[in-house]
Design a protein around this ligand. Structure first.
Ligand code: C2E
Ligand code: CA
Ligand code: CA
Length: 573
C-alpha cells in the first residue's frame, strides 16, 4: 500500500516564490500591524486603489473609506473580527482618483500566543462589473435593490391582479420627496441613498397585509390600499405617511429634515387602467407641490388645466427675471415699547401681462424648484437697494431697516456672501440697513458651515432673523448656536392665540426663551386688536400684520410714515 504524503507546508517553498505569488494574485492584499497601520500591500492593491505602496505604508486603511458606510457598519465589522477573527462582506471604497467602487472584502486577524492581535490582513476584489450586472438583472426582477422593497414592475403587476380580482375600490398614492434634488446636490448622492433607504423603511412600517408599497423612481414611491370606502380613508393614510417625516433623518452624523408631497387617485372613479391611475396620482402630487409641498391632494379634473398653467408660469418667470419685471411692497413693523415704526419687510410682487397678478406664494416655490430663485433673489435685492437709494436721494435721512426673505437654495450657494455683498456695495447701501430673514428650515440643516456664514454676515453688519418659527419641528434650545437678532413667530400660531390655550402657551414659551437668549420676538400676521393686545401682554417686542398695515408700495409707505401719528392713536393697544 502506498504511504500517504503529509500535506505540504508553505515553509517548504522559497520566500521568493511566496513573494511572487503575493504580488501576482488578482486580489488586492493589505497587511497591517496591531495598530492598524499598513505595513505591506501587493501589486493588485496598487492597481485597484491607485495608491503606490510608498503612499500608504504607515497610513491607516481609512484612507480608502468612501463615506458610504456609517459608523455603525464599522462597529459591527470590528466586533466580528474581534470575536471570530474574521469578517467578510461587500463594502464601498474610494480609489486615489476619488472614484468610489464596490468590493468584496475579507479581513482576518492574526493572533500571538497570548491571543492578542499582532496583524490584520485584508483581501479584496473589485466587483463593479458584478454590481452593474446585478442592476440590469433588477429590471427583470421584482425588488428595488437600494431599498429592498418592491420595484415599479412588481407594483404594476400586484396592482393589476388586485384591480382585476375584486370589485373593491382602491386608493393609489403617489409619494414624492420634496426638494430631494437639493439634498443630492448639497449633501451628495450617498446621503441621498441613505435617506431613500430610511424613507422606505419608515413607510414600510405602516404597510398593511393587503397594501402594496413600492419604489417607483428616483425619489418616488407608490402605495396602494384596497377597500377604500370613503375619500377620507385615503386622506387618513396620506396623513399617516406625512407624519412619518416629522422626525429628522440621521445620516452621516447630521440631521436632515425632509417632507413629502402626495397625490391620490381612486379606482374606479379616476380610471380603470393602472397607467391612468398612476398618471392621475402623479398629477395630483404635482398639485400638492405647487400648493406649497408637504401635503396631499386628490386628483380632480381641473388639474389638467393646472399643469398647463405651471408651464406658462415657468416660462413667464424666466422672462420676467431677465427683464427685472418685479416690484417690491413693504410691510411696516411696529415696535411695541414705543409704538413706533421700526422697520419694514420687503415682499416681492409680480404683475404679468398674460397671467395677471401672481402671488409669491405661488411663484416662489416654482422658482425654488427650477433654480430660478437665485437670479430672482438677486433681482429682488437690487430692487430693494434701489428703493433705499431713491428714498435717500429724496432727502430722507431716517431710512427704515428693510428685511428681505432669503431662500434656502440661495443661502446655500458657496459664494452667497460675496454675491449679496457685491450688490449691496454696487448701490452704496449699508448692510446695517438690511435684515436677512432665513426660515427655520434653512438654518435647521445645522452645520458648521451655516453658523460660519451667519457669523460672517453679522460681522458685516447684517441683522439676522429666523422666519416662520414654529413650523419646522425644531427645538428652541438649538437657537443659541446661531447669532440671531430676531425671531418671527409663524402666522399660523398668531391666528389661533386668542382662541386656543395651547397655542397661547407655546407663543409665551417662545417669547420667554428668545428673551433669555437676547433675541427679539416679532409676531407676524397680526390681524386684530385682540391678538395685538395679548401679544403685548406676553412681552412680544414687535408686531407685523394687517392690523397695522398691509404690505405697501413705496409711495404708500411714505404716506403711512407721514400719517403714523394719526394711525398710532387709532390703533392704540
Ligand atoms: P412670509 O415671509 O411669511 O411673508 C409674510 C406673508 O404674510 C406675506 O405674504 C404678507 O403679505 C402676509 N401677511 C402679512 N400680514 C398678514 C396678516 O395680517 N394676515 C395674513 N393673512 N397675511 C399677512 P406674501 O407677500 O404673499 O408672501 C408669501 C410668501 O412668499 C412669504 O411668506 C415668503 O415666504 C415668500 N416671499 C415673498 N416675497 C419674497 C421675496 O422677496 N423673496 C423670497 N425668497 N420669498 C418671498
Ligand atoms: Ca418673511
Ligand atoms: Ca413668515
Amino acid at each position: 500500500m502506498e504511504k500517504q504524503q503529509p500535506p505540504a507546508r508553505l515553509q517548504t517553498y522559497s520566500n521568493e516564490l511566496m513573494e511572487q505569488i503575493f504580488h501576482s494574485t488578482v486580489e488586492g492584499i493589505m497587511i497591517t500591524n496591531e495598530k492598524m497601520q499598513i505595513t505591506l500591500v501587493n501589486n493588485a492593491f496598487e492597481a485597484l486603489t491607485g495608491y503606490k505602496s510608498s503612499e500608504v505604508l504607515g497610513k491607516f486603511p481609512s484612507i480608502l473609506q468612501s463615506g458610504k458606510q456609517d459608523a455603525d457598519f464599522y462597529k459591527v465589522m470590528w466586533s466580528e473580527i474581534r470575536s471570530k477573527g474574521f469578517w467578510k462582506g461587500e463594502i464601498w471604497n474610494r480609489r486615489k482618483n476619488g472614484e468610489i467602487y464596490p468590493e468584496i472584502l475579507a479581513i482576518h486577524s492574526v493572533l500571538d500566543d497570548t491571543g492578542k492581535p499582532i496583524n490584520y490582513y485584508g483581501i479584496f476584489s473589485d466587483i463593479s462589473y458584478e454590481k452593474e450586472t446585478e442592476r440590469e438583472l433588477e429590471e427583470l426582477t421584482q425588488t428595488d435593490l437600494l431599498t429592498n422593497i418592491s420595484n415599479r414592475n412588481a407594483f404594476n403587476e400586484l396592482l393589476f391582479d388586485k384591480v382585476n380580482s375584486s370589485n373593491d375600490s382602491h386608493a393609489i398614492l403617489f409619494i414624492d420627496l420634496d426638494r430631494f434634488k437639493q439634498i443630492n446636490d448639497t449633501l451628495g448622492n450617498d446621503v441621498g441613498d441613505l435617506i431613500l433607504i430610511e424613507v422606505a423603511k419608515r413607510i414600510n412600517s405602516i404597510v398593511g397585509p393587503s397594501d402594496i408599497f413600492a419604489r417607483y423612481g428616483a425619489d418616488e414611491f407608490v402605495y396602494a390600499r384596497s377597500k377604500i370606502e370613503y375619500q377620507k380613508d385615503a386622506a387618513l393614510l396620506a396623513k399617516d405617511i406625512t407624519k412619518l417625516f416629522h422626525k429628522p433623518f440621521h445620516v452621516c452624523g447630521t440631521e436632515v429634515y425632509i417632507t413629502a408631497s402626495i397625490g391620490i387617485s381612486i379606482f374606479p372613479q379616476d380610471g380603470k387602467h393602472i397607467e391612468k391611475l398612476i398618471y392621475k396620482a402623479d398629477k395630483a402630487m404635482y398639485f400638492a407641490k405647487q400648493n406649497g409641498r408637504n401635503q396631499y391632494a386628490f386628483y380632480f379634473d381641473d388639474l389638467k388645466k393646472d399643469s398647463k398653467r405651471l408651464i406658462v408660469l415657468e416660462a413667464e418667470l424666466r422672462k420676467a427675471i431677465q427683464n427685472k419685471d418685479f416690484f417690491i411692497h413693504y410691510q411696516p413693523k411696529i415696535g411695541l415699547a414705543k409704538q413706533d415704526i421700526i422697520g419694514v419687510e420687503a415682499l416681492v410682487r409680480w404683475n404679468n401681462e398674460k397671467l395677471g397678478f401672481v402671488s409669491p406664494a405661488e411663484f416662489i416655490p416654482i422658482a425654488e424648484d427650477t433654480g430660478l430663485i437665485i437670479p430672482l433673489s438677486e433681482v429682488i435685492l437690487e430692487k430693494v437697494c434701489m428703493d433705499i437709494l431713491e428714498s435717500r436721494s429724496q432727502g430722507n435721512i431716517h431710512i427704515l431697516p428693510v428685511s428681505i426673505n432669503i431662500a434656502s437654495l440661495h443661502f446655500q450657494q458657496d459664494d452667497f456672501i460675496e454675491r449679496i455683498n457685491s450688490i449691496v456695495m454696487q448701490y452704496n447701501c449699508s448692510p446695517q440697513l438690511l435684515e436677512l430673514e432665513l426660515t427655520e428650515r434653512t438654518i435647521m440643516k445645522e452645520s458648521d458651515d451655516i453658523v460660519d456664514k451667519l457669523v460672517k454676515l453679522k460681522a458685516m453688519g447684517f441683522k439676522i432673523s429666523i422666519d416662520d418659527f414654529g413650523t419646522g419641528y425644531s427645538s428652541l434650545s438649538y437657537l443659541n448656536r446661531f447669532p440671531l437678532n430676531y425671531l418671527k413667530i409663524d402666522r399660523s400660531f398668531i391666528q389661533q392665540i386668542t382662541n386656543l390655550q395651547d397655542k397661547q402657551a407655546i407663543v409665551e414659551a417662545i417669547i420667554l426663551m428668545a428673551h433669555r437668549l437676547r433675541i427679539k420676538v416679532i409676531a407676524e400676521g397680526v390681524e386684530t386688536k385682540e391678538q395685538a393686545k395679548l401679544l403685548k401682554q406676553m412681552g412680544c417686542d414687535i408686531i407685523q400684520g394687517y392690523y397695522y398695515s398691509k404690505p405697501l408700495a413705496v409711495k404708500e409707505l411714505m404716506d403711512f410714515i407721514e400719517l403714523w401719528e394719526i394711525y398710532r392713536q387709532e390703533r392704540n393697544i
